[in-house]
Design a protein around this ligand. Structure first.
Ligand code: KIV
Ligand code: ZN
Length: 512
């Protein structure tokens, strides 16, 4: 079996999803889970794009030792120097330099001739190789590039020191047959191709991201770039979990394997979904809530007779079965063990806070599941020290013949509290109008979503909101037993994050 390197770019390309802005702690939490999942390479960000990105790439490089950490850089010496400063502490520093190679990008975006593009790419790769032991070069928009030109630039950048050549389908334009031909062409025409690993990176604009990735692997790619839940800008990137499970279930066909711990897939997907506030559709392959549910009578009958009739992937394979739930009699020790198992690495103080929330929940709910615990952890691991506002008290009065009214008290970072009352056409609007008055903010509510963490009458409510100000979107989430409290918490979370973000000079989403 050929080993395929899994290059996860959830924290870079995935984070380019509109409205997704992970803070440093959230990124570290995801990076730790990716390490547990066993990805080979984590693209932690784009260090030169903003001070915030630089800092989080640096922290990840300093913390994660079980995977190689990389960062994106334009083909510019400044970007490469900044990436080096962020990545030098990593166990295996790696840089990802890119430059566009398609006629459209060269002419309209770069305003450079093909010869100038080769010269700049070679210069950047050579420069990067004086610092980094591993240099990856990406020919942006490769699938719309001239193949003979690609052969030239690939040969030149390998000679300059690139050990990985990535051919991204930047705009999700290619098809499985076409990408397969391209990889075969490159393998047969680039004379020094044996000195580098070929990598595939596919966007999902035509819904073929995963299929294209698998076709490229079959044609000889030794590295696949993807994101958890397929997040990314526009229609997103190829989804890691779908590629990984396809390679496993159809190993007879692909003859390739990864080193991933597939049983961590569901957990990784839930974590990313929660921290990015991006729902995983129920019917999403591998990690969707209904991916293993059999509804039709004939199917259920078949399953009872023999599971292989209708089940090609077992829920156990991807960790979609919850282990023994905790309940109100569970002690602190069992609780702590469980949290550590789930990857909790916070302080004793945070553990205490989550334990209190857990006990409170266990009083109301028969069984506290892993999903509940994830929700409680996510709620408690926000950067509270940077929070400007914290919900202290909420009272809502609603009646079919009354104007809904909310009274809210907020604790202020640095001491003090403020209180206000306000009305709205519904309870949630009353809460948001009141919070607007309290925080003096005029954010537009772009999205409001509510979901129950596990279903059932006693489920926790999880609310996700997206607010916008001056073209910048920010998401927030809140978890509580009560929908209105969760709604208030989600809005406050988004406002806190927006204010934190304004402390940096805005995150620039420079690339693709
Ligand atoms: O899609 C793309 O072209 C990219 C490159 C920077 C690899 O994300
Ligand atoms: Zn991309």
């Amino acid at each position: 079996m050929r080993k395929i390197n899994v290059f996860d770019t959830t924290l870079r390309d995935g984070e380019q999803t509109p409205g997704v802005n992970l803070n440093g702690k959230e990124k570290i939490e995801i990076a730790r889970q990716l390490e547990r999942l066993g990805v080979d390479i984590i693209e932690a960000g784009f260090p030169a794009s903003s001070p915030g990105d630089f800092q989080s790439v640096k922290e990840i490089a300093e913390t994660i030792k079980g995977a190689s950490i990389t960062g994106l850089a334009r083909s510019k010496t400044n970007d490469i120097d900044t990436a080096w400063e962020a990545l030098k502490a990593s166990a295996e520093p790696r840089i990802h330099v890119f430059l566009a190679t398609s006629p459209i990008h060269m002419q309209y975006k770069l305003k450079m001739t093909p010869d100038e593009v080769i010269e700049q790419a070679v210069h950047s790769v050579k420069y990067a190789a004086t610092r980094f032991p591993h240099v990856q070069f990406s020919a942006e928009d490769a699938n719309r590039s001239d193949w003979a030109f690609l052969v030239k630039i690939i040969e030149a950048t390998i000679s300059a020191g690139a050990s990985v050549i990535n051919l991204p389908d930047t705009v999700g334009y290619t098809t499985p047959e076409e990408i397969s031909e391209l990889f075969e062409y490159v393998i047969t025409h680039v004379p020094n191709i044996d000195k580098a690993v070929l990598s595939t990176h596919n966007h999902d604009d035509l819904g073929m991201g995963v299929a294209n990735s698998l076709a490229a692997i079959q044609a000889g790619a030794g590295q696949v770039e993807c994101t958890i839940n397929g997040i990314g800008e526009r229609a997103g990137n190829a989804s890691l979990e779908e590629i990984a499970v396809a390679l496993q279930i159809r190993s007879d066909y692909y003859g390739a394997k990864t080193d991933l711990q597939l049983s961590e897939l569901k957990r990784t997907s839930s974590l990313v979904s929660r921290l990015t506030s991006m729902n995983v559709p129920g019917n999403k392959a591998v990690v969707g809530a209904h991916a293993f549910a059999h509804e039709a009578g004939i199917h259920q009958d078949g399953m009872l007779k023999h599971k292989s009739t209708y089940e090609i992937i077992t829920p156990e394979l991807v960790g979609a079965t919850s282990s023994a739930p905790l309940g109100k009699h569970s002690g602190r020790h069992a609780f702590k063990t469980k949290l550590n198992e789930l990857g909790f690495t916070g302080s004793e103080e945070k553990l205490k806070a989550i334990f209190v929330a857990f006990k409170d929940l266990a009083d109301k709910k028969k069984e506290v599941t892993e999903d509940d615990l994830f929700a409680l952890m996510a709620d408690a691991t926000d950067e509270l020290q940077n929070a400007q506002y914290e919900l202290e008290a909420l009272q809502v009065s609603y009646g079919t013949t009354h104007v809904p009214t909310a009274t809210i008290r907020l604790a202020l970072y640095g001491g003090g509290r403020i209180e206000e009352a306000g009305t709205g056409s519904g309870s949630v609007e009353a809460i948001y109008n009141t919070l607007g008055k309290l925080t003096g903010s005029h954010y537009e509510l772009k999205d409001y979503r509510i979901q129950s963490v596990n279903g059932g009458e006693d489920a926790l409510a999880e609310v996700h909101v997206r607010i916008e100000s001056e073209g910048i979107e920010q998401s927030g989430r809140g978890v509580a037993h009560d929908v209105l409290e969760a709604s208030a918490k989600a809005y406050i979370h988004a406002v806190n994050r927006m204010l934190n973000r304004q402390q940096f000079q805005g995150k620039s989403k420079v690339n693709s």
